[in-house]
Design a protein around this ligand. Structure first.
Ligand code: FAD
Length: 472
């Protein structure tokens, strides 16, 4: 009797423990993907993630076909879809790889219990993390709140196991009830036209990125990773989120673990592990500040969301912030340094709730990930685990001068400023009138005036922080 491999966010054939377990000893395999966004609670995939998922499912379907089996696509509820498939195929077992989003954990628990009650063998596996969240513990057995001791403890155990090869696959010939197109994952208004120039969703694209990265950029990671105009990071985040590649594969492909560059890179993989650890132990982390003091933070008024909209559209008048927001819109991704800067600007200079930034990122990032996005936003807001202290407020002009000294990143995403001399691209509102005129830039016409005074808003943020610091 066949075994079902239920694909979720593990859209790969290699190093896929559920697939290998299902195919164990030549057992026939039925591969299924079940589309059930309503089961993710409030955190169903956003628009950019749906774009990625569409292409990743196509790639998975083709990869399975090349191995001789077809991907079955069903609609949720997942339990019903699995029960139907079991009835139709007489499957005796179901295997899947674990996910750690709170709503999914609940759902999977209920499905496991029901299928076992139906007499089906059910196994879940770890495919997404080097160390599962509950296995890393402090001396007193609790969860970690700080990254460095977490990562030290996580690495203390044995090195991650070698990745699994693609198992030999056989399975019954089945017609899928749905095709990827039937899931209507692509946007109807085509804002995604630039995405294919940047991304190749699927396992082959993930492997190609990994190999290109470990060939060269990883050896300069420590220095290059902070400069948004350089391709100095791996670009693996969406591939990791959708499980097109595993952290174990990355770990074992990374050269010379003792070099500082490689260590720093692997520590970023560690931050991803830490994010899952924090989310697992604090299920309300995506919605509520981990530090309860921040629940009463005096946010600014933003009638009709004028400030939020200017931020979302990259029209704040602060070039590095706008360049980042436009990169996000055009590519579905933003450089990490700039994520921190746009986040700080939203939460501290505009004093808007971090949840509003989190929601926008959720909808527009191809790598939107509940654990990493919550960690990133609570880090920026100063309310999270191992967060930046609230009183450390990024000055986006200084950040721009430091990390985009040539103004190349700004010129790429805000072409209307590209004729300004590099040193004036960071703060065009401070440039002399004749310099602006020569570059053909009229502020308020070609590019906005700043929507907020950086100095005054910084003071206001510090005053707001002082209030919650004093509260009992
Ligand atoms: P690399 O520098 O090549 O890093 C390798 C991998 O390590 C990444 O692919 C990612 O999986 C992981 N990683 C790196 N930095 C972090 C981090 N700070 N936290 C957790 N994992 C990390 N990352 C997401 O994957 N999804 C998100 O939704 C997300 N939202 C963020 C929101 C904010 C406000 C901030 C400040 C950061 C956020 N990050 C998020 C973390 C980080 O910006 C991205 O992981 C990184 O920019 C992805 O690019 P890369 O793959 O080239 O990273």
């Amino acid at each position: 009797r066949p075994a079902i491999c239920w694909f979720r966010r593990d859209l790969r054939l290699s190093d896929n423990p559920a697939l290998s377990a299902a195919a164990h000893q030549g057992r026939p395999v039925i591969a299924v993907y079940i589309h059930s966004p309503e089961e993710a609670g409030p955190w169903a995939e956003g628009a950019a993630s749906r774009w990625w998922l569409h292409h990743s499912l196509q790639a998975l379907g083709a990869a399975l076909q090349a191995q001789g089996i077809s991907l079955q696509i069903h609609r949720g509820p997942a339990l019903n879809a699995l029960q139907t498939l079991i009835r139709e195929t007489d499957a005796e077992a179901v295997h899947w790889n674990r996910l750690y989003d709170p709503a999914i954990i609940e759902r999977d628990r209920a499905i496991k219990a029901q299928l076992q009650a139906d007499g089906i063998e059910v196994s879940s596996h770890n495919a997404a993390l080097l160390r599962e969240p509950w296995t890393v513990k402090t001396g007193t057995g609790g969860p970690y709140r700080a990254f460095t001791p977490f990562w030290r403890a996580a690495q203390r155990e044995s090195t991650p196991a070698q990745p699994l090869p693609i198992p030999p696959l056989t399975g019954p010939a089945l017609n899928s009830p749905l095709h990827v197109d039937d899931l209507a994952l692509l946007p109807t208004i085509r804002w995604d036209t630039d995405f294919p120039a940047y991304w190749q969703p699927g396992e082959a694209g993930a492997q190609a990125r990994l190999h290109a990265f470990v060939e060269q950029p990883v050896h300069r990671y420590d220095t290059d990773r902070d400069f948004p105009a350089i391709n100095g990071t791996s670009g693996l985040s969406a591939h990791l989120h959708f499980g097109e590649i595993s952290p174990r594969q990355i770990w074992h492909a990374a050269p010379a673990h003792e070099s500082d560059d490689v260590k720093t890179f692997l520590a970023e993989i560690g931050w991803r592990e830490f994010a899952h650890h924090v989310l697992f132990h604090h299920p309300s982390f995506p919605d509520e500040p981990l530090n309860p003091r921040f629940a009463d933070f005096p946010w600014a008024d933003d009638p009709d969301h004028q400030l939020l909209k200017a931020w979302q559209r990259g029209n704040t008048g602060i070039p590095l912030v706008d360049a980042g927001m436009r990169e996000l819109w055009h590519t579905g991704w933003m450089h990490n340094r700039v994520r921190m800067v746009v986040g700080s600007f939203l939460v501290k200079n505009l004093r808007l709730p971090w949840q509003q930034g989190e929601a926008w990122f959720w909808d527009t990032l191809v790598d939107a990930d509940l654990a990493s996005n919550s960690l990133g936003w609570q880090w920026v807001a100063g309310s999270g685990a191992d967060a930046a202290p609230y009183f450390r407020i990024f000055n986006p002009i200084r950040q721009s001068e430091r990390f985009d000294a040539e103004g190349a990143y700004i010129a790429r995403w805000i072409p209307e400023l590209s004729r300004l001399p590099a040193k004036h691209r960071h703060a065009p509102f401070e440039a002399p009138a004749d310099v602006l005129a020569k570059a053909g830039v009229t502020l308020g016409v070609h590019y906005p005036w700043p929507i907020v005074d950086l100095k005054a808003s910084r003071q206001a943020a510090l005053a707001a922080f002082a209030k919650i610091k004093k509260s009992p």
